[in-house]
Design a binder for this molecule. Sequence first.
Ligand code: IMP
Ligand code: MG
Length: 176
Amino acid sequence: MAEIGEVLFDVNTITAKVMELARFISEDYTGKELLLVCVLKGAAIFTADLMRYITIPVTIEFIQAESYGAFRTSSRNVRITKDLKTDIKGRHVLLVDTIIDTGETMHALLRLFADRNPASLNIAVLLDKTSKRTIDVPVAYKGFKVPDKFVVGYGLDSGEQYRNLPYIAVLETDAE
Ligand code: IMP
Ligand code: MG
């Protein structure tokens, strides 16, 4: 059995942080056209909110990556299950995910995208689980640090559940 435990970030806290990140991004990319690449499915809600507060010209595309192998931990195998249909050559690309954990997913996406010659390539994440990082990935925009706990809500799931929670909470699991 799993149940929702401590709420780490409530709606107001998340909104304030998303607005702040959007302000930094809008300042840094002033005079440029920004392409947000939303990493499905987890980043759908964060990207939609972030985009609403960005004040420069911005477009959105979607990519889906799966790391498979383990259940609640990431494995080193990252597979692209849905790729972009747009050519990113010469574009200013910002990869958006809700959480970075081991860093393997973002590392794989950075390598894939770098080969496509964008004008610039950066990463934005709302949550950073630093303690689990196995690979060094440069993250230009990050919201909050999170402890080494499994969290759900605001797009993040456990077995596809809980993505709809407007807050971010720890998922407590009973040892069987
Ligand atoms: P990474 O490749 O280990 O950095 O994993 C990133 C992906 O793992 C995220 O896009 C999430 O889908 C998933 N993930 C990592 N930690 C959590 C968590 O605490 N809750 C929900 N999903 C997580
Ligand atoms: Mg998931």
